[in-house]
Design a protein around this ligand. Structure first.
Ligand SMILES: CC(C)(COP(=O)(O)OP(=O)(O)OC[C@H]1O[C@@H](n2cnc3c(N)ncnc32)[C@H](O)[C@@H]1OP(=O)(O)O)[C@@H](O)C(=O)NCCC(=O)NCCS
Length: 184
């Protein structure tokens, strides 16, 4: 879409994000997000907007740690789909992961073909992503009837920071050094 841009979200975008994400939560396309959660995590989001500044879509990158990030809540308004802007959003999220030194990015989706184009591959073993399962799946009503595929870009992480398999707190700093080569 000519002139469209992607930028980091601001708190003023939270209402648009809330409305668009939840418009696709009813059929399970996206996880439902409450308004407070979106405000609290608004710094995870990028938004796409038209040349005139009209909100077109959004997507979020959740950081679990230096070993793993997740693309969440990526969605375009219906009238803005198919014009290359969703791809721009996804690239901005992947660039953000790269800027944080995170090589492994995961997501669960019903439209793997879109994500194949950006280097994601399907992983049959969801247990390989315990952070994601602990964060969202355990409390999801579709836990035992999930129709999404798990996808990963980059290496499958060997550690987790949530749930029973989480690593000990004192191991987190060495973990960051190992993954990103930096302590800050
Ligand atoms: C998925 C979504 C964000 C893509 O945004 P978009 O602006 O329509 O995508 P783009 O126009 O940037 O398409 C980029 C490429 O992906 C392809 N693509 C777009 N949607 C696709 C889909 N559903 N399945 C397969 N390929 C798709 C396009 O054909 C294009 O390919 P090309 O570069 O070879 O031409 C958008 O369709 C959407 O909001 N879908 C509903 C919400 C959703 O399902 N989100 C994913 C949850 S995990």
């Amino acid at each position: 879409m000519a002139g469209s841009t992607v930028r980091k979200a601001r708190l003023q975008d939270a209402a648009n994000i809330f409305e668009l994400v939840n418009s696709l939560a009813g059929d399970g396309t996206l996880l439902r997000r409450n308004y407070a959660e979106i405000c609290e995590n608004v710094r995870d989001f990028h938004v796409a907007e038209s040349e005139g500044g009209v909100f077109l879509g959004c997507g979020a990158l959740h950081l679990y740690g230096p070993h793993l990030a997740e693309v969440r809540s990526i969605v375009m308004k219906p009238e803005a789909k198919g014009k290359g802007v969703g791809g721009m959003l996804l690239k901005a999220l992947l660039k953000e992961a790269e800027d944080h030194g995170v090589q492994a990015v995961c997501l669960f989706t019903r439209i793997p073909d879109f994500f194949f184009k950006y280097g994601f591959r399907v992983t049959m073993d969801r247990a390989a992503l315990p952070d994601k399962i602990y964060k969202d799946c355990q409390k999801c009503p579709r836990l035992h009837a999930c129709d999404e595929v798990a996808m990963v870009r980059g290496p499958i992480p060997k550690v987790a920071v949530l749930g029973p398999s989480k690593i000990k707190q004192q191991e987190l700093v060495p973990l960051q050094i190992a993954f990103t080569g930096t302590t800050h």
